[in-house]
Design a protein around this ligand. Structure first.
Ligand SMILES: Nc1ncnc2c1ncn2[C@@H]1O[C@H](COP(=O)(O)OP(=O)(O)OP(=O)(O)O)[C@@H](O)[C@H]1O
Ligand SMILES: [Mg+2]
Length: 298
């Protein structure tokens, strides 16, 4: 079982249900694009805080392609810590999600909530804004992550402009970099505010292609799939099938490999073969969408 990480070797000895349970849990697999994104965010945190015009980053990619997982990894690298001498919590990184029904007061409330402040006590309007700003300063927020930024487009255009104005204001006042995360609509949303648009450097997380980089990702996945024999997931034959069936999305790859592992074990095998990838219970995203469309029409 030398193809497995040490902890996966132990799990590969367990009964099927437990093995699948382990495989189903989300774990971090480093790949070069994710490492680049983390490095860019860490660079912003260490070099842009305190600058008059901090640089921002916009991580853009299709849904289910690892964007939020990268943000969570950053959060784990810079966890909240308790400052004894200042008697408060310090938040090097504060992460929130843009709500589809976001308004300026709700956005403030989310920031306060993220800092662990009792939101309900505060009034609306200017007071809320001042309290939020003061608290973010007091908690030494060094970088703000806004996930699901594309949700901004759900609101009316005046609401969108208000919130973009607030994001710009926060960056200017606190002098901290901001990382936006979302699908390509996030970029469209930012374009409504010229000043904001040119402060965000886009960073793309495209779909995975049938290439060597994907081969390396699949080889890394294989080190945590608790099967006793090596399947060669990153080699051209299986790689091609995996990329096609998953439609190049990392979340779909994870799901496909989980189901293929289940299928292989049910067949009494300790490695994934092409038939497992083709015959397991996984349904490709396009197929699922078509099924739903058909259901809804009938
Ligand atoms: N670095 C990683 N290592 C291992 N698995 C990963 C990694 N990144 C993503 N995944 C898998 O892909 C799934 C989807 O990832 P994630 O939620 O980060 O996607 P997303 O791009 O934020 O999607 P959405 O736009 O729908 O929010 C995860 O639940 C996990 O199974
Ligand atoms: Mg996400």
């Amino acid at each position: 079982m030398e193809h497995l990480r040490p902890e996966a070797r132990r799990i590969a000895e367990l009964p099927k249900v437990e093995r699948l349970g382990h495989l189903a849990t989300d774990r971090w697999i480093g790949y070069s694009r994710a490492r680049d994104a983390l490095q860019r965010m860490n660079m912003l945190l260490s070099t842009q805080a305190g600058r008059v015009r901090p640089q921002n980053l916009l991580i853009v990619g299709p849904s289910n392609n690892g964007k939020s997982t990268i943000a969570e990894k950053l959060q784990r690298q810079h966890p909240r810590r308790c400052s004894q001498e200042r008697d408060r919590n310090i938040f090097p990184v504060l992460s929130i999600q843009m709500l589809p029904n976001a308004t300026v007061p709700r956005f403030h409330a989310q920031l306060l909530d993220g800092l662990g402040a009792p939101v309900g006590h505060f009034q609306r309007g200017d007071t809320l804004s001042a309290i939020t700003l003061n608290l973010m300063r007091a908690c030494e927020v060094g970088l703000l992550v806004i996930d699901e930024l594309h949700n901004l487009l759900c609101g009316s255009s005046s609401r969108q402009r208000e919130i973009l104005g607030l994001i710009r204001y926060l960056g200017n006042e606190l002098r901290i970099p901001i990382v936006g995360i979302g699908t390509k609509d996030a970029w469209l949303a930012l374009r409504l505010d010229d000043q904001l648009e040119n402060r965000f450097q886009p960073f793309l997380l495209p779909r995975w292609a049938n290439d060597a980089e994907t081969g390396r990702l699949l080889a890394s996945f294989e080190t945590v799939i608790p099967l006793q024999e090596c399947s060669g997931l990153g080699l051209p034959v299986l790689r091609k099938v995996i990329v096609e069936r998953s439609e190049g999305l990392i979340g779909e790859m994870h799901e496909l490999l989980l189901r293929a592992t289940d299928h292989a074990l049910t067949q009494g095998r300790e490695r994934i073969e092409e038939c497992d990838l083709m015959e397991c219970s996984f349904q490709a995203p396009t197929y699922r969408r078509q099924m739903m469309d058909r259901e809804l029409r009938s």
